[in-house]
Design a protein. Structure first.
Lengths: 267, 267
DNA sequence: TTAAGCTGTATTATGTGTAATACAAATTGC
DNA sequence: GCAATTTGTATTACACATAATACAGCTTAA
């Protein structure tokens, strides 16, 4: 059950783009399991590249086990046992559900230092310009597959309440509250970005893969910033789930997140 | 005042890798605003590529406005006017804030048809296998810049309550409720994906660019699926903002989205 | 069986990304 | 002013991805 076979991505620029595009369409369901892909000739027309280039992309997909090619028959999608159900983040805990369910996740500390806060951190947290912050980068994995790359910035004074070793075992969240920080507000901003070499290596994905990007600013009851999180998540391993309910009447009708509910979607 | 710096990726494989690496280091603060980067010669040694390749990466960074190059002086980081992302989605309306604020957004209908529902749609909406659905693809723009690519699936029976022309002018949301649909639940799943050829063309980005991916399943009071939305958003034009508040005590302490309601928790 | 369509394989050009090198122009510090 | 360092520009050469084409082998359906 070699889930995430090593990604042997094509060297060429166009071939890699075709590969990434097809892989993406497979992983998010636009091409479903068992479905027959368009022929190589057809694909070369759609992507505007030669058939040789398409073949290089398909070679990589076949090497990853995502497709099965049969001469004369065609190329079919084969994602059986390949795709994990993604880890979902629980809005109530701001932690991956696996973590709160006590399932095995491991965190690896990639870097750890105290340094002056970057501008975007100090401005977001409301810190003095040259405030010292603890900068830590961690990678979280489940089943030996990394799914998140987290860089946290915490004011040095607060960060002294826990050790470097704590970071590798306990979510930063609990460390802060354990240290007496009274957390009040958070603001999350979700976007997307491409995987650079270092992050790609840490998350075991191809350079240029799409990643979910999450920025989180956490403040305490006094309005002081206590944590800045820059997180990158593998889209095939992680999703942000948001159950919502329609409430109110007339013009006041609006959406509200349904927090407590265990809204089960297709497993 | 967004420069609307389109992400111009270098064509070459190594050049793009250097570009992505440097962009990462800039965006997460390892290279801060105003800081002088290592020289091109030094960078070529660090990355193990030729100086020409480094220069191509720097060209792309300069075109994006992330760096400023001065002959004799060096290359400095310039992230000053870079971090503004104009359009944000409001969680209470599930619409971009620009839309509800009445600002100028235009919607263009790319395709419109009635067809059998794809498997992932029928299973998500709870429809019979061969149910007919209306499939519409729209692109929304502001200031002549497209920011979202939306594909909606609506059961044919419900879709007959509005016209093809309505789709180009009115959010699907209001069309459904206007047609008597009693919307109750929604479930959103946010992830990231790569731009394929068609979407890239529609959103005016490079093929292989990172896009924010949003899947939304809307159901009525009877639990019947009434809308399936597959949305793709340009990360440089759109982000999902989520203000949160920490509520509860002890083990029941958790996060709640601070939407619409103004600190009425009673605590 | 036959025909059509697909993958597998091979060939030859051609375009282009990359490396290596050299030198000019601009800036800074001595 | 002079020297050192940096970016800007140009050259040549090479490796390789890409395009275009052709044909063989396999599978499916009529």
């Amino acid at each position: 059950m070699n889930k995430h076979a090593k990604s042997v991505l094509p060297e060429g620029a166009k071939a890699r783009q075709v590969y990434l595009s097809l892989r993406d369409q497979i992983s998010d369901g636009r091409f479903q399991d068992g479905q027959t892909l368009p022929g190589e000739q057809k694909l070369s027309e759609v992507f505007g590249v030669s058939r040789v280039t398409v073949r290089r992309a398909l070679d990589a997909l076949a090497a990853s086990g995502l497709i099965i090619r049969r001469a004369g028959s065609g190329t079919t999608v084969s994602t059986a046992g390949q795709l994990d159900k993604p880890v979902a983040m629980n809005l109530a805990t701001l932690m991956p559900q696996l973590v709160e369910m006590g399932q095995s996740t491991t965190a690896r500390l990639l870097s750890f230092s105290y340094d002056a806060a970057p501008d975007f951190v100090s401005s977001a947290l409301g810190l003095p310009n040259d405030e010292q912050v603890q900068i830590a980068t961690r990678v979280r994995s489940t089943n030996h597959t990394p799914f998140s790359h987290l860089t946290t910035y915490v004011p040095a004074e607060i960060a002294r309440n826990y050790s470097e070793n704590d970071l590798a075992t306990t979510p930063l969240f609990k460390l802060l509250e354990r240290g007496g920080v009274q957390i009040k507000d958070a603001h999350q901003s979700v976007s997307a970005t491409l995987a650079g070499p270092e992050v790609a290596d840490a998350l075991e994905v191809a350079v240029g893969s799409a990643l979910l990007s999450l920025r989180r600013v956490v403040k305490d009851v006094d309005g002081n910033g206590v944590e800045y999180l820059a997180g990158l998540y593998r889209p095939d391993m992680f999703r942000l789930e948001m159950p919502l309910t329609r409430v109110g009447d007339g013009n006041a009708r609006h959406w509200e997140p349904a927090i407590g509910k265990t809204h089960e979607e297709g497993a």
